[in-house]
Design a protein around this ligand. Structure first.
Ligand code: FES
Length: 228
């Protein structure tokens, strides 16, 4: 089994904090991100179950991130120069290890992008939601025309891939990081001011008024996506 070095362990614990979304982070400010990240690595308690789940993701899935893809650049000494930043603007992610009901977070252009493999129940629930029940009627999907209605299908990776939800995990109110599988609609919940999003990231209640943004991406294969 692959052994983690102390540095890797240090990094993963901090990432776990962000993964859980329990820190308010201003993603527009990289110094702020790093300060909050480092201050989060303070030995906070984690249940064995959640820690194991996260380590599984961090070791299993992160190892599958493509060459041009993600390296969480929270280690200050590794701050990339402009050329490296250009490369990071497109990342490839192997999603084959993300099982039903699991979510994985990657960093893309300095923002957290969540990749969720929805359960059948979640898909059915979002399909059953009438558009008139939505606060924001637009899909906010960079892969579709701007006036596309916010149907369950339009918020997903599309026909045949409706189980995949890929979105920028930033609250559209004031930019906090929402928790996943939380809130009144069992989707994303922003504890800053109480905005609840549904299972496909559509705003349903609280002060936020827009659906969570979907970045431009494409499936290179059934196992690999490219976010660009
Ligand atoms: S920043 Fe999310 S509800 Fe205000």
């Amino acid at each position: 089994m692959h052994m983690l070095s102390p540095l890797q362990t240090f990094t993963i614990e901090g990432l776990y904090s962000l993964f859980r979304g329990d820190r308010e982070v201003n993603w527009k400010d990289e110094d702020s991100i790093q300060d909050q990240f480092l201050s989060s690595v303070d030995g906070q308690a984690m249940s064995k179950q959640t820690r194991r789940d996260f380590l599984f993701l961090a070791t299993g899935v992160a190892s599958a991130v493509g060459v041009s893809g993600l390296v969480w650049p929270f280690i200050d000494q590794l701050r990339p120069d402009d050329d490296e930043r250009a490369v990071e603007s497109t990342i490839t992610v192997d999603i084959s290890s993300i099982e039903k009901g699991m979510t994985f977070t990657v960093k893309w252009r300095g923002k957290p992008v969540m990749i969720r493999n929805q359960t059948t129940e979640e898909i059915e629930e979002s399909r059953a939601t009438p558009l008139k029940a939505l606060k924001d009627h637009y899909a906010r999907n960079a892969n579709l025309p701007a006036d596309t209605p916010a149907t369950s299908l339009a918020r997903s990776a599309g026909k045949g891939r409706e189980n995949w939800i890929i979105l920028i995990n930033i609250c559209t109110h004031l930019g906090c990081i929402p928790h996943v599988c939380a809130g009144s609609y069992n989707g994303w919940f922003c504890s800053c001011h109480g905005s609840s999003y549904d299972t496909v990231g559509r705003i349903r209640s609280g002060p936020a008024s827009r659906n969570m943004a979907i970045p431009p991406y494409q499936f290179i294969s059934e196992k690999v996506i490219s976010i660009r």
